[in-house]
Design a binder for this molecule. Structure first.
Ligand code: IPE
Ligand code: IPE
Ligand code: MG
Length: 249
């Protein structure tokens, strides 16, 4: 039986900024003897649920890893299917996102995408600008290394034009030149499907993120698993290289 949803638990600390690596669609489909595309479809449905649950819990920024710069190496059919689902998702679910007050943004090498996908991104962002409850940030054609390279290129061109000096470059400047500098670094990153790796997700931004790995496959990752992640996060002692609150007393 599904757990009764309680979004008002005072004992839970809710991350302001949450990252989710939506992994495990293929394994979910394989277990059911279905094609991988069925797993991706179920995964997209589940993203809608995650948005709703996170918005109601009070997460302010939800960044989801939907397609990496390395995922182009998959068979052409699968890549096409994922692109199609990407477009479908916003056509189908935008009214629900609107109802939940969820603004949509994109992070990744969006300029390198074909025009029809760039248009989906542009229109999705414009349409949802006024929504205030939560930001859904979709990492699409995203690679942490590419993001850092592109930030370095932007800074280098300012050095070349004499606008800044190499000595002016610091961590803040790097952060300011990432794709979405106004989005806070993730407090917590969740990875379903048991893989203990970051797979090029938010490399610069994850410096002090708490990590939580679940064995649940992404299409099955629902309210209960999300709540478990927040319960674990509540118990974490985030020290940022300093001492814990207890040691400071
Ligand atoms: C995540 O599921 C979706 C994308 C990477 C686009 P996978 O397709 O990686 O699923 P597994 O890892 O093969 O189970
Ligand atoms: C990470 O999953 C990327 C997304 C979920 C979009 P992958 O399935 O691509 O990661 P690896 O290959 O297992 O590291
Ligand atoms: Mg995978």
């Amino acid at each position: 039986m599904a757990a009764k949803k309680d979004f008002d638990r005072k004992d839970l600390k809710i991350p302001v900024s949450l990252g989710v690596i939506m992994d495990g669609n293929g394994r979910w489909a394989k277990k059911r003897l279905l094609p991988r595309s069925a797993g991706h479809r179920a995964g997209a449905e589940n993203l809608k649920e995650l948005c709703r649950n996170c918005g109601r819990y009070g997460v302010k920024y939800l960044t989801v890893y939907a397609f990496s710069t390395e995922n182009w190496s998959r068979p052409e059919d699968e890549v096409n299917q994922l692109m199609k689902l990407f477009v479908e998702f916003f056509n189908k679910y935008d009214p629900e996102l609107e109802e939940e007050g969820i603004r949509v943004r994109f992070t990744g090498d969006i300029d390198a995408l074909p025009e029809n996908l760039r248009k989906v991104c542009r229109e999705g962002e414009e349409r949802s600008l006024h929504r205030q409850k939560m930001q859904l940030i979709v990492a699409f054609n995203y690679g942490g290394r590419r993001e850092i390279v592109q930030a370095a290129q932007k800074i280098a061109s300012k050095v070349a034009s004499g606008e800044i000096d190499p000595d002016d470059i610091d961590e803040q400047m790097l952060s300011d030149n990432m794709y979405l500098p106004d989005v806070p670094d993730p407090d917590l990153i969740i990875r379903p499907s048991g893989e203990m790796r970051i797979s090029n997700f938010l490399l610069w931004e994850c410096a002090y993120s708490e990590l939580w790995v679940s064995d649940c496959l992404w299409p099955d990752f629902g309210y209960e698993e999300l709540t478990r992640a927040f319960e674990a996060y509540t118990k974490r002692d985030r020290r940022f290289g300093g001492l814990s609150r207890e040691d400071n007393k």
